[in-house]
Design a protein around this ligand. Structure first.
Ligand SMILES: NC(=O)c1ccc[n+]([C@@H]2O[C@H](COP(=O)([O-])OP(=O)(O)OC[C@H]3O[C@@H](n4cnc5c(N)ncnc54)[C@H](OP(=O)(O)O)[C@@H]3O)[C@@H](O)[C@H]2O)c1
Length: 252
């Protein structure tokens, strides 16, 4: 299948593992060169890079905390030096404090907002400065916690709601400049992130039982929709949040 992505350059934040890694590998399947961003686990980022190269695409490993604008700027500096431009930005890296809202401090709240929501601003601001071959696309990875109440998820849910709102505002502002911005909101996906939930097993079981499609969402399911949004087949999709949850959220 030719998605006309060959030769494009992408940055996927938080792509050393989990959903970001699946997005990076899927883009590489279509011969997109990928910059793999990570924060702590360089060896995992290098493993992803090797798998990208095995698919016949170029890989660049760039360390940086997306919540620190100076590190974001430095990351884009490396990309500019290596590639001269960038066509695709996937804002996927996320973290956050998982506690009942009554136990959250403002420090927890701001820390979570900085990584999951505010980071989109410097990322997009640096992205639009770089040249690209044609249209530029941005996809932010969100979660159902943006629109639903999930136990221990108040800070992350609020950050994802802010992220989805920023996607709409940035999309309206930047569409005239040829920048297309959307979000993909995923249901529960069994990645390392879930090990931080005290009720991981219960969450997975509850998600499975409630999902009309009869199975949990995989990292590949999320990556497939992200890749679609990066193609010209989605050229009139602007500022949307596409839900990938096997129907979980349509039930009353
Ligand atoms: N898993 C789910 O059920 C689920 C559901 C809906 C949406 N999502 C969303 O999907 C995205 C990926 O989640 P995941 O489950 O794949 O997470 P994950 O397995 O915990 O992986 C997180 C990735 O982000 C990187 N990272 C964390 N903080 C960072 C920072 N401050 N700066 C740069 N990189 C950072 C990590 O790098 P290091 O390895 O170096 O730490 C890692 O590559 C997130 O936006 C998440 O909210 C997940």
């Amino acid at each position: 299948m030719d998605l006309k992505l060959r030769g494009k350059k992408a940055l996927v934040t938080g792509s050393s593992r989990g959903i970001g890694r699946a997005i990076a590998l899927s883009l590489a399947e279509f011969k997109v060169d990928v910059a793999i961003n990570y924060l702590r686990q360089r060896s995992r980022a290098e493993e992803t890079a090797a798998e990208i190269e095995a698919r016949g695409a170029g890989a660049l490993v760039v360390k940086g905390n997306v919540a620190k604008p100076e590190q974001v700027e430095e990351m884009f500096g490396h990309i500019r030096d290596a590639w001269g431009g960038l066509d695709i930005l996937i804002s996927n890296a996320a973290s956050g404090v998982l506690r009942p809202a009554t136990e959250l401090t403002l420090h927890h709240f701001h820390w979570t907002m900085d990584i999951n929501a505010a980071a989109l601003l410097p990322l997009v601001q640096e992205f639009v400065k770089l040249p690209s071959a044609g249209e530029k696309t941005v996809v932010a990875v969100s979660s159902l916690g943006a629109i639903r109440a999930i136990r221990n998820y108040a800070a992350v849910g609020a950050s994802k709601a802010a992220l989805e709102s920023m996607v709409r505002h940035l999309a309206a502002e930047l569409a005239p400049q040829g920048v297309r911005i959307n979000a993909v909101s995923a249901g529960t996906v069994d990645t390392d992130a879930l090990t931080h939930f005290p009720n991981r097993e219960e969450m997975l079981q509850a998600s499975l039982e409630r999902t009309p499609a009869g199975r949990l969402v995989s990292t590949q399911d999320v990556a497939n929709t992200v890749v679609f949004l990066c193609t010209e087949f989605a050229s009139m999709v602007h500022g949307q949040t596409i839900v990938v949850d096997g129907g979980y959220s349509i039930l009353a």
